[in-house]
Design a protein around this ligand. Structure first.
Ligand code: DQA
Length: 160
């Protein structure tokens, strides 16, 4: 089982940018915590950050055949990117949208997500802990998918 974590524009500046909104933690520290949780749960994890919309689309497409689930903070592209939404819909992998801040309590233009409708769910507003909650959610989803597949295989084996 492999989880791909995709980080959008300006998230490479965490710890520097608007600390009153996003806090002091750096992206690499968030990733270390996610890596530790993945190890504890026996799942592989990979991280990707880009400031470019097309690179994010490419990475989502590459997940097909390479990852079982996607955790994505599309950052500002959350509110604008039909291309990222279409890419997630195209690969049809379970995806969870993450935000550090509570986008629903911020400016009106941040309150709409074009990405959420193609995701299993959205986690927003828990600071860097949002990523941990997304990991818990994704491990749960992947375990449910695995249990379902195992059951189907058993049923097919019984039929044969
Ligand atoms: C963000 C919220 C977005 O509105 C913003 O553009 C970001 C970060 C968050 O994690 O809270 O860059 O996705």
């Amino acid at each position: 089982m492999k989880i791909m974590v995709i980080q959008g524009p300006n998230l490479n500046m965490l710890g520097v940018r608007e600390q009153n909104v996003y806090g002091p933690m750096k992206l690499e520290q968030i990733h270390e915590q996610m890596r530790a949780f993945a190890q504890q749960n026996g799942v592989d994890i990979e991280f990707f950050q880009s400031n470019l919309e097309g690179e994010l689309v490419d990475k989502i497409q590459e997940c097909l055949g390479d990852a079982d689930g996607i955790i994505i903070n599309p950052a500002a592209y959350t509110h604008t990117s039909i291309a990222i939404r279409d890419a997630i819909a195209a690969v049809a992998l379970p995806a969870i949208e993450v935000h550090i801040s509570n986008i629903h309590a911020r400016e009106e233009f941040r309150q709409k997500s074009l990405i959420a409708p193609v995701c299993a769910g959205q986690i927003s507003g828990f600071g860097p802990f949002s990523y941990h909650l997304a990991m818990v959610g994704m491990v749960q989803i992947l375990n449910e998918i695995k249990a379902m597949r195992d059951m189907q295989q058993q049923q097919e084996a019984q039929k044969a």
